[in-house]
Design a protein around this ligand. Structure first.
Ligand SMILES: O=c1[nH]c(=O)c2ncn([C@@H]3O[C@H](COP(=O)(O)OP(=O)(O)OP(=O)(O)O)[C@@H](O)[C@H]3O)c2[nH]1
Ligand SMILES: [Mg+2]
Length: 189
């Protein structure tokens, strides 16, 4: 039995990862998923570079197998920015600012991108697993306690992530799609 530590400083992410990946007593195949709340350094760079760096740093701190995740929200009209910097945009301009900055653009399309990084331990390579959900940026609707959930309406739905039942979000989200690949990998390795 091997243990993998999911390292994140975000309680909402953790809830979703547990619900999607490890609902049955924290186990995925031969692995037990535990967690540690840590704020990891985030370098500037591509989505992939950020997740690789986070995973390597987490493996060093934990000294064993780790899973980390980085989430981006990229506007189609902005060539995928704010992307990995969405957290700082939420803090700086709020949800209203994030909606208003698209006012001159007809295209309200956006991609929610989730990239998990798995590292077996210090010095090991990092494996990446990505999931993308396409949506539109809309005026805030629903609870606002998780990032930009209330301004992202996934394609094919007329509710925002925040309005959707958690059970629904967790079967269509960027995080679900990425975790599906993580699960596949863990069940076969
Ligand atoms: O509405 C949302 N629905 C989601 O499904 C979702 N997933 C992440 N986020 C937010 O997007 C930023 C990512 O930054 P991020 O990946 O660096 O996360 P973080 O710094 O909070 O945690 P971590 O890096 O310690 O894991 C942060 O502001 C998160 O709150 C979401 N917002
Ligand atoms: Mg972060």
């Amino acid at each position: 039995m091997s243990e993998i530590t999911f390292v994140t400083g975000n309680a909402n992410k953790l809830k979703e990862v547990i619900a999607i990946l490890a609902s049955e007593n924290g186990k995925v195949g031969k692995y037990t998923i535990t967690n540690k709340s840590l704020d990891l350094d985030e370098v500037q760079g591509s989505i992939e570079e950020i997740s690789i760096h986070k995973a390597k740093e987490a493996a060093k701190i934990i000294g064993g197998p780790v899973l980390v995740e980085d989430t981006c929200l990229g506007y189609d009209a902005f060539n995928n920015l704010p992307g990995p910097y969405i957290k700082w945009f939420v803090k700086a301009v709020g949800l209203t600012g994030l909606v208003d900055m698209l006012y001159k653009f007809e295209d309200k399309g956006a991609k929610a991108i989730c990239t998990f990084g798995y590292c077996e331990g210090p010095g090991h390579e990092v494996k990446l697993f990505q999931g993308i959900t396409q949506g539109n940026i809309v005026d805030s609707r629903g609870p606002t306690h998780f990032g930009w959930d209330s301004i992202f309406e996934p394609v094919g739905f007329n509710q925002t992530y925040a309005e959707l039942d958690k059970d629904i979000k967790n079967t269509i989200s960027h995080r679900f799609k990425a975790l599906d690949k993580v699960r596949d990998y863990l069940l076969n390795n």
